[in-house]
Design a protein around this ligand. Structure first.
Ligand code: UDP
Length: 481
C-alpha cells in the first residue's frame, strides 16, 4: 500500500450519465485497493454535480472542474445533439492539460497516470507530452466495445452487397445484418461527422498503455478474448463492483423508492416485468402505444418508466394521450401496472423478489445491474453498442429474447405479449434464461469478493494487478523528476 503513497491518478470520463457511474465506481475501487493513492475525477460542472451528490467525504475522491462553454446542459442533452457534444468535448483538451500541469507543479511530479474514456483518446497526447501514462477505460462490456470498434474502424458493411456480414476480429458465427446497424453507422463512409469524431478517438485510445474494461472476466470470455487480440495491450476486467448507490441521479424522480417497493411487495414473487430504456432514451409514439397495449394484454404486473415519446421534449410533461385511452387509470385500479414518470429506482426494482424480467434497451449498466440480480432480459436495444450487447446476451449467454430494435422497428401488441409470455414461461425458454441469469449473478458476485488470498475475486485482483503494473511501468517509462 505504501508504494502508492503520494501518487495521483486522474480520471477523465466521457460526459454522459452512463459513463460517469462506472468511472465513479472505478475511482472507489482504486481507493479500496489502495487508500494511499489520490484520485481525481475531472469533469464539467453539470456532471460534477452528479458525481458530488453521489459521493461523500468517506469516499475521499477529489473533483476538478473542466470549463465547458459550449454545452452547459450536457447531461440532459437530447440524443439528437450528442454529436455536438462529441465534437465539443475535444475542446476539453486544453483545460485538461492545464489541470495536469497544475497537479504536477503542486505535487512536484506528474500524476502516476491518466485513465481516460475510450471516447477521449486525445488524452494520450496530454499524457505523453506531460510525462505521465495513459490508460483507456471502456465503460461498456468487452463484446459491445469490440463490436463498436470493429464496425467503426472497418465499416465492414461497405465492403459487401450482402445483407449479412462478418465482424472483423469476431468468430465467423457472430454475423450482423445491415438493418441491425444504427443509421449513423449504416450511412457512414469514414468521412461523415460521426466517423470524424469516433475513428480518431478510438485509434488514439488503442495507443494507450493498456485498457480497463467494465466487465467481469468470467461472464465475457469471448468478448475479452477478442478485445485482447485487438488491443494488443494488457486488458484488465474490473467490472461491476459498486452496483449500488444510485440515489442521486440529477433526474426528476418519478416515484419514491419506498412507494415503488411497497407496490412490488404486493405482487407475487417473480411475476413483474420491469420496463425501462435507460437514462437518456425514449421510444417512438406508435411503439409506445403498442407496448402499452401488449403489456396490458399480457395480464402481467409491470413497472414501466415512461418519458414523452420521440419528437417531444423528453423533460416535458407526460401526456395521457400517449397511452391508450384510460390505460393509466385502468392499470392503477387493477394494480396491474405501475407507470413511473421519467426515472425509477432501478436497482431497488431489480433487487426485489417480485421482479421477473427486465425489458431493457440493453445499456451496459442496466445489463450488469440486471444480471447481478439474476434477472433475465427482454431486449429492445436502441442505440450506441446496445444491439451488440443484445446479441451477446442472446447468443453467447442465453439470458435474453429480443423483442424489437431501434426507434423505427414496428412493434405490435401481439408480439409484445408473445415475447413477454415466452420470457415468463418458467418451464420453457423463460426458465432457461432465468437459470442462466442466476449463474451470471453468482459469477459477478464472486468476481467482486474482496478478501486476501485465494478468495479475492477476479475483478478485485485485476484492479490490484493494474495498480502494480502502472507503478512498475511508470518506473520504466517516466523520467524521474
Ligand atoms: N437508471 C435508473 N432509473 C431509471 C433509468 C435509469 O436508475 O429510471 C439508471 C440505471 O440503473 C443505470 C443507468 O441509469 O445505472 C442507465 O445506464 P445504461 O448504461 O443502462 O444506459 P444509458 O443510460 O447509458 O443509455
Amino acid at each position: 500500500n505504501h508504494h502508492y503513497h503520494g501518487h495521483h491518478i486522474v480520471l477523465l470520463p466521457f460526459l454522459a450519465h452512463g459513463h460517469l457511474r462506472p468511472f465513479l465506481a472505478l475511482a472507489r475501487q482504486i481507493k479500496h485497493s489502495s487508500k494511499a493513492v489520490t484520485v481525481t475525477i475531472a469533469a464539467t460542472a453539470l456532471n460534477l454535480q452528479y458525481l458530488r451528490h453521489s459521493t461523500d467525504s468517506s469516499d475521499d475522491i477529489l473533483f476538478a472542474e473542466l470549463p465547458f462553454s459550449d454545452h452547459q446542459n450536457t447531461e440532459n442533452l437530447p440524443v439528437s445533439r450528442i454529436l455536438d457534444l462529441c465534437h465539443g468535448s475535444v475542446s476539453l483538451q486544453s483545460p485538461f492539460r492545464k489541470l495536469i500541469q497544475d497537479i504536477t507543479a503542486e505535487e512536484g511530479r506528474a500524476p502516476l497516470c491518466i485513465i481516460s474514456d475510450v471516447f477521449f483518446g486525445w488524452a494520450i497526447d496530454v499524457a505523453e507530452s506531460l510525462g505521465t501514462l495513459n490508460f483507456t477505460f471502456t465503460t461498456c462490456g468487452a463484446y459491445g466495445t469490440m463490436a463498436y470498434i470493429s464496425l467503426w474502424l472497418h465499416l465492414p458493411h461497405r465492403e459487401t452487397d450482402s445483407d449479412e456480414f462478418a465482424l472483423p476480429g469476431f468468430p465467423e458465427r457472430c454475423r450482423l445484418r445491415r438493418d441491425q446497424l444504427h443509421r449513423f453507422l449504416r450511412s457512414a463512409d469514414g468521412d461523415d461527422p460521426w466517423s470524424r469524431f469516433i475513428r480518431p478517438q478510438i485509434s488514439f485510445s488503442l495507443k494507450s498503455h493498456g485498457w480497463l474494461c467494465n466487465t467481469v472476466e468470467e461472464i465475457e470470455p469471448l468478448g475479452l478474448e477478442i478485445l485482447r487480440n485487438h488491443v494488443q495491450r494488457p486488458v484488465w476486467s474490473i467490472g461491476a463492483s459498486s452496483l449500488k448507490n444510485n440515489t442521486y441521479s440529477g433526474k426528476e424522480v418519478g416515484i419514491s423508492s419506498k412507494k415503488c417497493v411497497e407496490w412490488l411487495d404486493e405482487q407475487k414473487p417473480e411475476s413483474v416485468v420491469y420496463v425501462s430504456f435507460g437514462s437518456q432514451n425514449t421510444i417512438g409514439s406508435s411503439q409506445m402505444m403498442e407496448l402499452a397495449k401488449g403489456l396490458g394484454k399480457s395480464g402481467r404486473p409491470f413497472v414501466w418508466v415512461v418519458r414523452p415519446p420521440l419528437g417531444f421534449d423528453m423533460k416535458g410533461e407526460f401526456r395521457s394521450e400517449w397511452l391508450p385511452d384510460g390505460f393509466e387509470e385502468r392499470m392503477s385500479e387493477t394494480k396491474q401496472g405501475l407507470i413511473v414518470r421519467n426515472w425509477a429506482p432501478q436497482l431497488e426494482i431489480l433487487s426485489h423478489k417480485s421482479t421477473a424480467v427486465f425489458l431493457s434497451h440493453c445499456g451496459w449498466n442496466s445489463i450488469l445491474e440486471s444480471l447481478s440480480r439474476g434477472v433475465p432480459i427482454v431486449a429492445w436495444p436502441l442505440g450506441a453498442e446496445q444491439v451488440y450487447n443484445s446479441k451477446m446476451l442472446r447468443e453467447e449467454m442465453g439470458v435474453s429474447l429480443e423483442l424489437a430494435w431501434g426507434f423505427e422497428s414496428r412493434v405490435d401488441e401481439e408480439e409484445v405479449k408473445k415475447v413477454v409470455d415466452l420470457a415468463m414461461d418458467g418451464k420453457g425458454k423463460g426458465g432457461e434464461m432465468r437459470k442462466n441469469a442466476s449463474l451470471f449473478k453468482e459469477l459477478i458476485k464472486d468476481a467482486n469478493v474482496r478478501k486476501e488470498g485465494k478468495l479475492k475475486g477476479s475483478s478485485v485482483k485485476a484492479l490490484d494487478d493494474f495498480l502494480s503494473y502502472v507503478l512498475e511501468k511508470s518506473k520504466q517509462v517516466l523520467k524521474p523528476n
